[in-house]
Each structure stands twice: as C-alpha cells, then as structure tokens.
Design a protein around this ligand. Structure first.
Ligand code: FES
Length: 289
C-alpha cells in the first residue's frame, strides 16, 4: 500500500515541478517586500510552524459539517462549512509563506499538496454557495462536501509527506542534543583565533560537527555551521546587526546565543562555548539552551 501511494504521488511530479517553479516565482515576488508578515505567517515568533497548527481547525470543521449533513442538521452543517472555508483560507496563507522557502523535491510534493487543497477549497465554496440559495433538495451540496472532504484528506496525507518524508520545516538540529564534553577545535591552519578576520564567517570543525566562527572585537563566537531551517551553509553567510544571515533563505541568528531573529527558520541555531585548551589550541562545548 505504501509503495502504491508513493508511486501515485511520484507520478504527479511531471506537472507539479513546473507548476511549483511558477508558483514559487510569483509567491516570492508577493512576499519578498513583506518579510515580517511572512515570518508572522510561518510562525518564527512562535517557534513552531503555524501552517501545521492552522490546518487542524478546517479539517476538523469539515468533518463536523459532513457528519451534521448526514444527521440532517442543515443549519449547523452550513455554519461548520463556512468555518471550514474561512480557516482553509487562513491555512493557505501560512502555507504559501512556507512555500516561498521550500526547494527541490519538497517543493514538488508541496505543489501537489497545495493543488489538492485549492481544488477542495473551490468545491467546498461551490457547496457553500449552493447551500446559501436554500435549495429544497440538498443532495448536490452535500455530495460536493463529501468529495471535498476526500480531497482534503488526500491533500493532508501529501502535506504530511512534505514534513515527514522530506523533512521540510523540521529543525536540522532535531537530533543534536546539548553536549557536556569539551571537544578539540580544528580551525585548520589558524592557531590563534585572535587572528580571525573581523566579522567574517570562518569554517571550523569540532569532532563530527562543522562550525562557523565569527570574531567581533575580542570575542569569537562559535555556532553550528548548518542552518537550522533547511541546512544552508552559514560559513557562506554574512554578518548583519550582530547576527549571521544564512545565504539560502535569509534566516538570521544572533551570534551570542543563536536565537533566531528573522525567518524562515523557526528554531534557534546551536551555539558553542569556546576556550583555550590546556595543551594548546582551543576546545568547544555545545552551550546549554
Ligand atoms: S537554509 Fe533556509 S534560511 Fe538557512
């Protein structure tokens, strides 16, 4: 069953890829001038993706509406359907904000997800309009709602794939716990960190972790080099207002504590304590959050 569903979804890639690229272009143009609004919709302020939270309400409301239709409670069913449509529109906004920073295979699958949701939304709006006319026979709008519910369910399944199979909007440091051990810092040929170029991200290594070092005055900051949002290379980023900015989608993290100050990242960046090692050189330890 799992393989069959995977094949059905993959079979849509042919049209979803160019449509996704097209949608990405115009949505980026719409959101680019309004970055704080995009961050608000993505959930950077909440430290949690707003889209995943905002989709629960319309799915639940639609199920309630379908059940009330089947129980022949027309007024309550219509109110629940109206709530469904309104909350679907709100969820679409947060989804569009995330979509702008979704790349590659995840974007292709997200395009299938969003297309299913838009088709369902159109069907549900038609059902709502028909209901508003107070028809004597409610068969058509009720059937439309049922069809809409099935498409929403399929769309929700595909949306889950975007997160669970493609890791979209998942912290890249989800499995990296705080460490208590000091680890030798490998900064290549650079043996004296006071010689680091000022405000210039520099790659280093500590055990299995890639780090980025940034010297501001006499202080050297060390953060994990892999952006918490989608794995962008922070050593290729730039320093802005005491933060390091990721070159891929522009997330910013404070140098002193890794706190995210600009999305699309939702989660803070791991930072490391740095000290001179007794036998020479330096060592680092993941700072407690
Ligand atoms: S990878 Fe997206 S902002 Fe860094």
């Amino acid at each position: 069953m799992a393989r069959l569903l995977a094949r059905i979804m993959a079979a849509q890639d042919g049209w979803a890829r160019p449509l996704g690229d097209f949608n990405h272009r115009w949505l980026s143009a719409v959101f680019r001038p309004f970055r704080p609004i995009k961050d608000l919709l993505s959930g950077t302020w909440l430290g949690h993706p707003l889209h995943s939270a905002s989709t629960d309400v319309p799915v639940g409301a639609l199920l309630v509406s379908v059940i009330l239709d089947l129980l022949n409670q027309p007024t309550a069913a219509d109110v629940a359907l109206l709530a469904t449509v309104l909350f679907m529109l709100a969820a679409a906004l947060s989804g569009a904000a995330d979509y702008v920073d979704t790349d590659g295979a995840a974007r292709v699958r997200a395009t299938l997800h969003s297309t299913l949701m838009v088709v369902a939304l159109v069907i549900l709006v038609i059902s709502l309009v028909l209901r508003a006319g107070g028809p004597a026979d409610r068969m058509v709008p009720v059937v439309l709602s049922l069809v809409g519910f099935l498409i929403v369910s399929a769309g929700a399944f595909v949306g889950g794939e975007v997160v669970y199979a493609f890791g979209n909007m998942v912290s890249r440091h989800a499995f990296r716990g705080p460490g208590t051990k000091w680890i030798p810092l490998d900064s290549g040929d650079l043996t004296d960190l006071s010689a680091l170029p000022l405000a210039t991200p520099t790659r280093a290594r500590a055990g299995i972790n890639d780090l980025v070092l940034v010297r501001i005055g006499v202080t050297v900051h060390a953060l994990h080099a892999v952006c918490a949002h989608a794995g962008g290379p922070l050593p290729q980023g730039k320093i802005v207002d005491g933060c390091i900015e990721c070159p891929w989608h522009g997330s910013r993290f404070r140098l002193d504590n890794g706190q995210v100050t600009q999305g699309p990242a939702l989660y803070d960046q791991p930072v490391y304590e740095l000290r001179a090692a007794e036998g020479g050189g330096y060592e680092v330890r993941r700072a407690a959050t």
